[in-house]
Design a protein around this ligand. Structure first.
Ligand code: PMT
Length: 405
């Protein structure tokens, strides 16, 4: 498994509970930020008896979230936005009480509500008296959380604040940061080459003007990051965007649909999986003026010619990679997406509504309806990072099922 992962740009919600180890959360937040993460802190009421919100606000550079029913805080970033914003949640220290409440799905304070409302990977660092840790009830709660894929980090064994010796010490912040990094990684696509397109294309009219669309590249870049996290060798062919290259991803830049077509076809035969998230222009101006066109006439007519459908060309090539398209629709999402999947002979299509209030172009959140032959899965509104991880999980499952058949 790759071990060089940084936490650059990862959104981490740090939950702090009321235990003496809460003093270590200051160092934890500092180290997470030093590793490149963006951090938002949620403190329980008891935690504030051990360390002040001001300390963690200063270190995280953001207001600390403490109350579920604080109208002012909810206006800035409500509990649902916070849950959606998180790429991962880390509770450190996690007390026996909070573990019990999480294990039973309670949501009677901000931290437990954020946990219940989030689809992000989740890690807890238990810290408590050793008898409390070994109590059968605590162990049953831990087993329930593990069964829900919550990563339990620690506790360490040693001298305790209460003077006893045994298991119950919170792991050191350095260990927690290293373990958190591994939370993003899997080997589901290890050894595979994944080719991804993202962003808009620009179709030139003359040396200074072009036709384009609203794609920011965020969805495709998130898919590239998720594929790299899953252990794939990732090539991202990107139209013009302002985004940074995701860690572990090789980016090749293009401008027009024709450039994108040429580069994709050069890489497709070496790829195991192709994901077409780019918003590619269907048409381009029939001719490109060599000089800037002067205004004068009251109207101009533009003759457009069809661009090659890149994803259809890849799906029709031999041997074709496992090919996944996107469908951007403003209405009849399922029908149009299924029609596109069949018309382009795609293994899978991820459909999203664009031009609506939530999701689609430009914003950080989206919702996908994913279709394949004989199946469908809804991925409800979440951050594009979270959706991309879920989509890559689906793609990996179908890719491996097909390879095993
Ligand atoms: O970039 P963001 O701001 O994050 O927005 C994300 C997104 C809305 C752009 C993305 O989620 C998305 O839907 N991408 C596909 C946009 C699109 O072009 O959809 P379409 O329905 O017109 O095309 C269907 C499929 O054919 C797509 O996979 C597209 O990449 C592909 N296509 C289209 C035309 C063409 N000439 N070649 C293609 O490969």
């Amino acid at each position: 498994m790759k071990t060089t992962l940084s936490l650059t740009n990862r959104h981490i919600v740090v939950g702090v509970c009321g235990g003496i180890a809460a003093y270590k959360s200051a160092e934890l937040v500092r180290l997470l930020r030093a590793a490149g993460a963006e951090v938002r802190v949620v403190m329980t009421a008891a935690a504030q008896s051990f360390i002040t919100p001001l300390t963690l606000q200063t270190l995280s550079t953001h207001r600390v979230h403490t109350d579920l029913l604080d109208a002012e805080a909810e206006q800035a970033m409500g509990h649902i936005e916070l849950a959606r914003w998180a790429d991962a949640i880390l509770i450190a220290p996690a007390t026996a009480n909070t573990l019990a409440r999480l294990a039973n799905g309670l949501c009677d304070d901000l931290l437990s509500t954020v946990c219940l409302a989030s689809r992000a990977p989740f890690m807890v660092a238990p810290a408590m008296n050793q008898v409390m840790w070994e109590n059968r009830v605590t162990q049953e709660n831990i087993a329930r959380l593990e069964a829900r894929e919550v990563l339990i980090a620690g506790p360490g064994v040693g001298e305790q604040a209460c003077g006893e010796f045994g298991p119950g010490r919170m792991l050191e912040p350095e260990q927690l940061v290293a373990t958190l990094s591994s939370l993003f990684l899997s080997e589901r696509l290890a050894g595979l080459s994944v080719l991804i397109t993202a962003g808009p294309t620009r179709e030139a009219l003359d040396p200074v003007r072009y036709l384009t669309n609203h794609s920011s590249g965020k969805m495709g870049y998130a898919v590239a990051l998720a594929a790299a996290d899953a252990g794939a060798d990732v090539t991202l062919i990107s139209g013009p965007t302002h985004l940074a290259v995701p860690p572990g991803v090789r980016r090749l830049d293009v401008v027009s649909a024709s450039d994108m077509h040429e580069l994709v076809m050069a890489h497709a035969s070496d790829s195991d999986i192709f994901v077409a998230a780019a918003a590619v222009a269907d048409y381009r101006p029939g001719s490109v003026a060599t000089q800037k066109q002067k205004k004068g006439a009251s109207h101009v007519e533009l003759k457009m010619v069809r661009n090659v459908d890149i994803v259809a060309a890849v799906a029709g090539s031999t041997p074709a990679p496992f090919t996944v398209g996107f469908a951007a629709e403003t209405e009849n999402l399922a029908t149009h997406a299924q029609d596109k999947r069949r018309a382009k002979s795609l293994d899978m299509i991820a459909a999203n509504l664009v031009g609506a209030d939530q999701g689609g172009f430009l914003v950080d959140d989206n919702a996908l309806e994913v279709f394949w032959e004989g199946g469908h899965k809804s991925l409800p509104l979440a951050s594009k990072t979270c959706l991309a991880r879920e989509l890559i999980g689906l793609i990996a499952g179908h890719y491996h099922a097909r390879s095993a058949a």
